[in-house]
Design a protein around this ligand. Structure first.
Ligand code: NAD
Length: 482
């Protein structure tokens, strides 16, 4: 149902985006106060985006429901509300972010001059979005790119076609200056065409590590900088120093992250590592919490579905080949319904080791493997060996020295202690990966910085030339003595 952008049209859109940027800068350059004019214009564009999202909120929610049966509550909480708050925050911080920063250096060459650092737009930027939060992960970077004064080409995920269509419609309805935002619809061929043109000033990609490396390789050919927001296997620890009275609370918080959006969250707790002293109680409580979370199983309202049959089958294959024991809610679907609707029931898998099929790749499904451990250091060694530099790590421990120990040994994009997933929504906290989970970040002011270039401007007066005589030729014995 999604009309892909014809390949020849893609070149035109890319060129239109570049032309727009240069025309805008030309017009600004004739203003008496270009920065003030630019600030007003950026705030105006952000307000248009805000109202367009607000006006189309119901349509977006319906579209996500059509695409993968996304529950309304999840769409409102995790996409539209967060997005609108992000846009309002950018409007608020923009005057401060756009103000050049003064630098003081009192060493001789600079002491009489003036140094400022200004943040300039990068130019025309490409944003490639994934399917799992199809609105937020397309339009939150787009808002940051707008705030930083760029022109934008957006490539939404083809796997959520209804949502992609509504996003294109709302961006057209927003009334942006013509050319500011171009939308390219499509899949691999259309994205490759965009990447091969080599005409962007920044590529902001969110998706799988495999495609991320294709994007980075293509970008390198034209020296285009990239931000890669990738996925991976994020571990969760319940350590021996955790207060066992809080196990139920911990499991509720872990399941919230592991089973929300049917596990299709880049920061989902991908697997759980439990110290042997806590393990029996954890396993016992899993069943109770699953039944509490899913007392009935209404296939129409309860669960967001797997995005497609392939993802569903892939997960079911792992569940069928694991040697582990499984726990699911008592009220579950008939396998016929599950097959038909691409619903994987939330499942905890225990009695397994690091060789299990569920411990190889990112699961990206509502399954939570649990591994029992004895030595924390050996477990961390295993993570470093198998799945180093995860996007996030979650720690349930009441010992600060133990938390410090884990944090010192294991690098990760982010970390949450005592909860899961929620850190993505902290205003102005940088969100991004390290190593395998990507590079670069965004979130509030960090998004603005990512889509800007920091330019140092040093202005030297002329009267002080006598203080600079040392650097000029000719060199002579007298200078060398000094
Ligand atoms: P994906 O990599 O399959 O697709 C992402 C985008 O890349 C889509 O727009 C798609 O059209 C395009 N694409 C796919 N194959 C391509 C190719 N060969 N060449 C060029 N472009 C191509 O990812 P997905 O399945 O949509 O999303 C799931 C993945 O994204 C998971 O790994 C998840 O962890 C990760 N993710 C990361 C974050 C984050 O912020 N770090 C957020 C959400 C999802």
């Amino acid at each position: 149902i999604l009309p892909y952008t014809p390949l020849p049209e893609i070149d035109q859109k890319v060129q239109a985006s570049r032309d727009f940027f240069f025309d805008k800068q030309l017009k600004l350059s004739h203003e008496s106060d270009p920065r003030k004019k630019d600030l007003q214009s950026r705030q105006f564009q952000l307000k248009k985006l805000y109202y367009a999202v607000k006006d189309h909120e119901d349509e977006l929610i319906d579209a996500m429901y059509q695409d993968f049966h996304r529950t309304k509550l999840e769409s409102v909480f995790s996409e539209t509300t967060k997005l609108m708050n992000d846009i309002l925050h950018l409007i608020e911080i923009l005057p401060k972010m756009m103000k050049p920063r003064k630098i003081s250096d009192y060493s001789p060459p600079f002491m009489f001059g003036k140094t400022v650092v200004e943040k300039i737009s990068r130019g025309s930027v490409l944003i490639i979005a994934p399917y799992n939060f199809p609105v937020l992960l397309a339009l939150a970077p787009l808002a940051a790119a707008l705030a930083a004064g760029n022109s934008i080409v957006l490539k939404p995920s083809e796997l959520t076609p209804h949502t992609a269509i509504v996003m294109e419609k709302l961006l057209a309805a927003a009334g942006f200056t013509s050319g500011l935002i171009q939308v390219v619809q499509g899949a691999k061929d259309e994205t490759s065409k965009l990447l091969d043109c080599g005409k962007f000033d920044l590529i902001f990609y969110t998706g799988s590590p495999h495609v991320g490396s294709i994007v980075a390789e293509k970008a390198a050919k034209s020296l285009t900088p990239c931000v890669l927001e990738l996925g991976g296997k994020s571990p969760t620890f319940i350590t021996e120093n955790f207060n066992s009275n809080n196990i139920k609370t911990a499991l509720k918080r872990i399941f919230f992250g592991a089973f929300g959006n049917s596990g299709q969250i880049c920061v989902s707790p991908d697997y759980l590592l439990v110290h042997k002293s806590m393990y029996p109680k954890v396993i016992e409580e899993c069943k109770l919490v699953l039944d509490e979370f899913f007392p009935t199983f209404d296939k129409e309202t309860d669960l967001t579905r797997m995005i497609h049959k392939r993802a569903y089958k892939n997960t079911m294959e792992k569940l069928n080949t694991t040697k582990g024991s499984k726990i699911s809610p008592s009220k579950t679907l008939t396998s016929l319904d599950a097959d038909d609707l691409c619903i994987v029931p939330p499942t905890v898998i225990y009695n397994i080791d690091w060789n299990d099929p569920l411990m190889k790749q990112e699961n990206f499904a509502p399954v939570l493997p649990i591994i029992e451990y004895d030595s924390l250091d050996e477990t961390i060694d295993e993570i470093i060996k198998e799945h180093d530099t995860p996007l996030v790590q979650y720690i349930f421990s009441d010992s600060q020295s133990e938390i410090n120990h884990i944090l010192t040994r294991l690098r990760s994009g982010g970390c949450v202690i005592g909860d899961t997933v929620v850190h993505v929504a902290i205003t102005d906290a940088p969100f991004g990966g390290i190593g395998n989970s990507g590079y670069g970040n965004y979130g509030g002011l960090h998004g603005f910085n990512t889509f800007s270039h920091e330019r140092t401007i040093f202005k030297q007066p002329y009267w002080n030339d006598f203080t600079l005589f040392m650097r000029y030729p000719p060199t002579n014995a007298q200078k060398e003595k000094l």
